[in-house]
Design a protein around this ligand. Structure first.
Ligand code: GLA
Length: 397
């Protein structure tokens, strides 16, 4: 470690935790579900779009299926007034009124900021205004904050240099401190606000996100609406299961289901994989223009039940043979979920042998998407899985 890094490390004492790790679990006892503006609307999102999303969550039945957070992503911010209070820009004329509208529908409102001076889209960030911003969010009635590293990365670069082995420890401390600072600012307001950490998986955030009060943390860079990127992220989550649990979740990024860049089989893989990963389910499509197929995919009860299972145990890869793989997840009440994935570009058979899945002979399996029981005669189940597709099975004891 460089002498400068050592000095900085010794001066960067973390502020006291307002709540001990794990105590955040009431805030996100299961992975958050809702909608976020970024994947479809990006920087064009307006108050009207957010109201339309809230309306659609109710009229489509998505709210009743569990999608309760309506999350405004980047580009709502203006500058600050002379007292340092954050202002909304003309796209969001009255945030409190918007929160009231969303709450009036039985939903919760989420917002976005950065620990840096600028957000990723170059709007006003919370740097040196964390307490004020948290207080304003609480006053508006905000229930969820996505806190996105963005330009704080440049501040770290300036202070201690670009990431390298010598400054890794001091960068980690800065990374932890900046999230804990916002956690403490939120805690001081007394309002329960879900803290969603977005720093792309830097510094193995899954190992410490909970200890600085994060309820979820992005494990990767941004998703795009392609099978290549979605599957790269989703299958890349292997090995992270032990870091997730009630109140603190790995976040492989928001859903692209319904945005048009993938086939139905590929979107089914997306939903199946995210459910196996106990991932937050934040729809990222235009809810006011959904097809019946998209709605059915987002609201499949059996898939949501696996994602939201009360045990909160994230799944992991059980076996892999070439481009076919099986993932498993333990469920509350002794059940199990198994996902059979075919990552090849042709339909392929995939076999789940009961014994290798630690299932007793005669265990019954239910195909969740098809909503039908399947035969395990012969001690195994074989199914043809479409190209880039998935089959999701559930066993109950
Ligand atoms: C980053 C985040 C995205 C989104 C944009 C907004 O890229 O990872 O999810 O919030 O910023 O600018």
């Amino acid at each position: 470690m460089s002498p400068l890094a050592a000095v900085l490390l010794s001066t960067l004492a973390l502020p006291c935790l307002a709540q001990a790790p794990g105590q955040a679990s009431a805030t996100a006892a299961t992975p958050p579900m809702g909608w976020n503006s970024w994947n479809h609307f990006a920087e064009k999102v307006t108050d009207a779009d957010v109201r339309a999303a809230a309306d659609a969550l109710v009229s489509s039945g998505m709210r009743d299926a569990g999608y309760i957070y309506v999350n405004i992503d980047d580009t709502w911010e203006a500058g600050r007034d002379k007292h340092g209070n954050i202002q909304t820009n003309s796209k969001f004329p009255d945030m409190k009124a918007l929160a009231d509208y969303v709450h009036g529908k039985g939903l919760k409102l989420g917002i976005y900021s950065s620990p840096g001076p600028k957000t990723c889209a170059n709007y006003e960030g919370s740097y040196k205004h964390e307490k004020k911003d948290a207080a304003i969010y609480a006053k508006w009635g905000i229930d969820y904050l996505k806190y996105d590293m963005c330009s704080y990365g440049n501040i770290m670069d300036k202070k201690v240099g670009k990431p390298n082995a010598a400054n890794a420890a001091v960068r980690l401390k800065m990374d932890e401190a900046v999230y804990q600072k916002m956690h403490d600012a939120i805690a001081a307001t007394g309002r329960p606000i879900v803290l969603s950490m977005c720093q792309y998986g830097w510094d193995d955030v899954w190992k410490w996100g909970d200890s600085v009060g994060g309820n979820l943390w992005r494990t990767t860079g941004d998703i795009t609406d392609t099978y290549a990127r979605m599957s790269e992220i989703g299958f890349g989550q292997a090995g992270l299961a032990k870091y997730a649990g009630p109140g603190h979740w790995n976040d492989p990024d928001m859903l692209e289901v319904g945005n048009g860049g993938m086939s139905q089989d590929e979107y089914r893989t997306h939903m199946t994989l995210w459910a196996m990963l106990a991932a937050p389910l934040l729809a990222g499509n235009d809810l006011s223009k959904m097809t019946p197929e998209t709605l059915a995919m987002l609201t499949n009860k059996g898939v949501i039940a696996i994602d939201q299972d009360a045990l909160g145990k994230q799944g992991d890869r059980l076996s892999q043979e070439g481009q076919q793989e099986i993932w498993s997840r333990s469920l509350s009440g002794g059940g199990m979920a198994f996902a059979l994935f075919n990552r090849s570009a042709d339909a392929r058979p995939v076999t789940l042998p009961l014994a290798s899945a630690s299932l007793a002979a005669g265990t019954k399996l239910h195909d969740v998407w098809a909503d039908q029981d399947v035969s395990t005669d012969g001690g195994q189940y074989t199914v043809t899985v479409p190209a880039h597709g998935a089959v999701l099975l559930r066993s109950n004891p």
